[in-house]
Design a protein around this ligand. Structure first.
Ligand SMILES: [Zn+2]
Length: 61
């Protein structure tokens, strides 16, 4: 399941990997791609200045 939450890009997010369920804290407005530290799945990619989050957002910090 994929979630796209483009309006949350300026906050810290607690996301969980849809593949291995590892949780990690990321900055939503990350300028670079963010990969899962465990299984290396691409969790956030940046397209045109907007972060596309392809992971489960558990909490907005
Ligand atoms: Zn993972």
């Amino acid at each position: 399941m994929l979630f796209f939450m483009e309006n949350k890009e300026s906050k810290f997010l607690k996301i969980s990997c849809p593949r291995c369920r590892k949780t990690q804290i990321v900055f939503g407005k990350s300028a670079t791609r963010v990969k899962c530290s465990k299984c290396n799945k691409l969790l956030i990619k940046n397209t045109g200045g907007k972060a596309k989050i392809k992971a489960r957002v558990q909490e907005i910090l």
